[in-house]
Design a protein around this ligand. Structure first.
Ligand SMILES: Cc1cc2nc3c(=O)[nH]c(=O)nc-3n(C[C@H](O)[C@H](O)[C@H](O)COP(=O)(O)OP(=O)(O)OC[C@H]3O[C@@H](n4cnc5c(N)ncnc54)[C@H](O)[C@@H]3O)c2cc1C
Length: 439
């Protein structure tokens, strides 16, 4: 059998491992070919990209291997998480290969912390090690290879046969094709095209379209000139890093231990904004080990299935969202209790019991006398500026808001009243998958 995997990112690399594991059970001759115009690891984790770009997942929470949650009956290749790899075999692997950023990678590993973030490029090195390591587990009946080429078309030629057309005009026949293409490039919207056209017609203006930050031509932004950064999402942090520390600036600490930025003088004048006018909430400092995650009480597969059974196999959005909201509110109040510590004014066990049986957790919290500032106020979370945006001193508000947000996040992604409740959203993804899988 011929299998083609289009894309050499984490998804297809994990799939390759699964295919090799399952191939142990047959003696069918199988050839697996991975195609990607980017190196193994793929476009997001390209080891050759600028290491200024950090990942947003802490090092100990990443792995390409299966973990003990995979049924014991299934074969599998077990191996180190990204963090374990980095502190054991990582440096030797880097030294024995010819990576453009080798010196930076070794420096990163010397400073690595399980609860902090490394460059995305370094994870790409781990992906390459993973791929090379898989060769040791290859059953005799399987051959696999990676070719650095883009696939431009896949045509079905028979019920179980596909013709895969490559960028160089050659073709490959395959019985199975898996496309794990990641974030695809998008065409400019009309508005974005308008910006591109306008800047093309006016000298001294540059427009950098949305896309992968590592590929954005930020060197076209001149030193000390104004630049508008549109949007305050994840890419914003990449851009701001590239335009500051990426231009030779660095951080230092003052006597009180506060970080401050020491400019290089090459930074542009950055004007940042978004429709909401605020960045995303800060992620809580990591307190979770490896695959540790919040165990839901309300937002469970069982509750969703029960509702579906009672409603002709259908689950309404309101029901679905209400469970998520309850789950987050409950976690919030649990964390508020531990944040109060000894000063918590009433019986916590009875309060939590009341919350577990409540249809409206905020109303119950109010009845029990939880002060207003500790009520999980969704309107304020979603729109912290509120309706009075025009009336507030924006700078003053922003500094106060960011200080509040960061102080909450410093309490950790398990314990923080807000960041701990938000982080739970990452942990309940299996339930969301269950819901989607069930259609
Ligand atoms: C800028 C950016 C930063 C991110 N940072 C993080 C992070 O820090 N932590 C995190 O957990 N997730 C992050 N993500 C999410 C990331 O997409 C996933 O973690 C992960 O990479 C998804 O794996 P994948 O294999 O599905 O897709 P990808 O990793 O995107 O891999 C898809 C691959 O398919 C290739 N491909 C596409 N079309 C073709 C074609 N026609 N022919 C051949 N190959 C093709 C692409 O070149 C690419 O290498 C980030 C995403 C982006 C875009």
């Amino acid at each position: 059998m011929n299998i083609v995997l289009v894309g050499a990112g984490p998804r297809n690399l994990s799939l390759l491992e699964r295919l090799l594991a399952h191939a142990q059970r047959t003696d069918e001759e199988t050839t697996i070919t991975l195609f990607d115009p980017f190196p193994i690891g793929g476009r997001v984790w390209n080891p050759d990209q600028d290491p200024t770009f950090l990942m947003n997942t802490v090092t100990q929470q990443l792995t390409l291997f299966t973990d003990p949650s995979v049924a014991k009956s299934a074969t599998g290749v077990f191996g180190p998480t990204f963090y374990e790899w980095a502190i054991t075999v990582g440096p030797e692997f880097i030294q024995s290969h010819n990576f453009k950023n080798a010196a930076i990678f070794l420096d990163e590993i010397a400073r690595i912390n399980p609860n902090r973030f490394t460059s995305r490029a370094l994870f790409g090195v781990y992906a390459q090690w993973f791929y090379e390591n898989l060769g040791n587990y290859r059953p005799k009946n399987v051959q696999f290879a990676y070719l650095r080429k883009a696939v431009i078309d896949v045509q079905q030629t028979a019920p179980h046969m596909f013709k895969v057309l490559l960028e160089d005009g050659s073709t490959v026949d395959a019985e199975q094709v898996v496309m794990a293409l990641g974030n695809a490039d998008e065409a400019n919207t009309n508005e974005e095209q308008g910006f591109a056209d306008f800047t093309a017609q006016h000298t001294g203006l540059t427009y950098v379209p949305a896309g992968h930050p590592a590929e954005a031509r930020l060197d076209t932004v001149p030193d000390n000139e104004p630049v508008i950064l549109r949007g305050l999402g994840l890419n914003f942090f990449d851009y701001i890093a590239k335009l500051t520390v990426g231009r030779g600036g660095h951080f230092a600490r003052d006597r009180a231990g506060e970080l401050y930025y020491v400019p290089s003088g090459k930074e542009p004048k950055m004007i940042a904004g978004s429709r909401k006018g605020l960045p995303m909430h800060a992620r809580g400092l990591n307190q979770k080990k490896d695959a540790e995650s919040h165990r839901p009480i309300f937002f469970t597969a069982g509750n969703i299935d029960r509702f579906a059974r009672e409603n002709n196999g259908k689950v309404t959005y309101d029901f679905f969202f209400n469970l998520i909201e309850k789950e987050m509110n409950y976690k919030h109040y649990q964390n508020v209790i531990s944040d109060f510590g000894l000063t918590w004014p009433f019986n916590a066990a009875e309060f939590l019991e009341a919350l577990r049986h409540s249809a409206n957790l905020n109303a119950t919290a109010r009845e029990w006398g939880v002060p207003d500032e500790y009520i999980m106020n969704w309107d304020r979370i979603l729109n912290p500026l509120g309706e009075s945006a025009e009336a507030v001193d924006y700078n003053e508000f922003m500094v106060k808001y960011l200080t509040w947000d960061i102080n909450d996040a410093l309490k950790g992604n398990v314990d923080a009243p807000y960041a701990g409740a938000f982080d739970m959203l990452r942990d309940v993804r299996p339930v969301i998958r269950h819901y989607l899988d069930a259609g």
